[in-house]
Design a protein around this ligand. Sequence first.
Ligand code: NAD
Ligand code: LMR
Length: 323
Amino acid sequence: MPKTITITGAAGQIGYQLAFRIASGQLLGQETTVNLKLLEIKPALEALKGVAMELEDCAFKALGEVTITDDPSIAFGDSDFAFLVGAKPRGPGMERSDLLIENAQIFSIQGKAINRNANKNIKVLVVGNPANTNALIASANAPDINPRSFSAMMRLDHNRAIAQLAKKTNTHSSQIKKVAIWGNHSTTQYPDITNSLIGSEKAKSMLAQDWIENDFIPRVQKRGAEIIQARGLSSAASAASAAIDHMKDWELGSSEDDWVSMAIPSDGSYGISEGIIFSYPIICKDSKYSIVQGLDLDKFSLESIKASEEELLEEREAIKHLL
Ligand code: NAD
Ligand code: LMR
């Protein structure tokens, strides 16, 4: 059965990576045909035409039809999976929340278009910043779609945390399990290694608390800015890679002995206000996700998680007219 996949902002930096990786079968495998619906704003349609020509030139086995459009109702028509990437990125010296008002309207329009046109079981991943609150806006504007269909990307932060742990302990990233990122995709996020394993050993027993608090956590929280500083542009290939990891695990299941991090509508777990799009440690199975329950949170963890929750509540307040 062919699947319809929507990518917004498909001529942008992330979109240019994502479209080719998906078309080459890296999301759903070689045996599932994917029809791509690529959305852009009018001034970028000519560039998007070039992207479609290049997709054609790859002769990918898994690629079916490619539609390019600036009309959200066409882009989300019968969509099974949507990657909401199209939005303004931040530049040097900005916080992601500085984009809130500027990008919010995009997600309100696209939420409505998803509601009217997409497959009712669509899976939506919001990448455009500030991703968590944009996902909330999209979901609120799609009242006929289950809010659990809307998620925001924390997988890049999750992968960054794994990479930092691997580097510090001279281990391969595949040996690192049960990292969790809690909260918002912002500098208030809480990268938590309380339960992490490096091989069969507890990460915490191998690492000094001073390194965890004063090096590891801020490094992961601020990695986006570090990349912007170095590249002059925000992360793109790593973001596209994380987007595929997120959607693939959601659809096909995550590793049984590991967790992933996804921002999803809070159901009140761990005392977080219901409805905000909050990142939790997650397990995916049978095309659904569930929050890892019953974890002990020490004072430091509770305070860190609370700070990120408060930021998300403030963001929700700032765009409440769009909900
Ligand atoms: P980019 O500027 O290269 O591309 C964005 C594209 O979106 C542009 O081509 C633009 O024309 C298009 N666009 C703008 N408004 C649109 C609309 N209404 N409909 C469709 N397309 C639209 O930016 P990028 O580097 O690809 O980043 C995209 C977004 O992803 C930014 O907001 C960035 O901050 C965010 N981002 C998030 C994460 C994450 O982990 N959540 C990681 C990296 C980047
Ligand atoms: C990232 O984390 O790399 C992205 O959210 C881009 C940014 O603005 O930091």
